[in-house]
Each structure stands twice: as C-alpha cells, then as structure tokens.
Write a protein that binds this ligand. Structure first.
Ligand code: FES
Length: 74
C-alpha cells in the first residue's frame, strides 16, 4: 500500500473510530454513503447518525473495557 492511499484508523479512548486517509463509506447495498479523508465512526452503538459518531457516547456512559480503563471512574 502506498503512503498516498494509506488509511489510518485510531481507536479513541471511550469514543469513536477516527478514520484518516482517502476513504469511501459504503452502505450494505453497495451505495456510497460518503467519501472523504476524515471520518469519526461510532463504536458505542448508540449514535443516531450511524455509522458516524454524533457524540452520544458521551451521554451513554460508553466505556471500552480494553482501552478505556484509565478513563473509568468509580
Ligand atoms: S462512538 Fe460516538 S456516538 Fe457512538
């Protein structure tokens, strides 16, 4: 994969997947949802704008047990 076409996906702590690089978001029927070079995708499952993050993870107490332990509050 060339540097120009590479895509980087960052798993944010207790939040979205940040996608950087030339990307197409495709629907199950094969249609193009959006094309661009920076996206924030939901991984909490509660977004009202799936597959995109709408910041609902901040109000639904989403905690990633694997990556978000540092942010967990008692
Ligand atoms: S990760 Fe942000 S709404 Fe789901």
């Amino acid at each position: 994969m060339s540097e120009e076409s590479s895509v980087k996906i960052t798993v944010t702590e207790n939040g979205w997947y940040q996608v950087e690089g030339p990307t197409q978001i495709i629907a199950p029927d094969g249609s193009l949802i959006r094309e661009g070079s920076k996206f924030f995708l939901c991984r909490c499952g509660h977004s009202n704008a799936k597959p995109f993050c709408d910041n609902t993870h901040k109000t639904c107490d989403f905690i990633d047990d694997g990556l978000g332990k540092k942010a967990k509050k008692d």
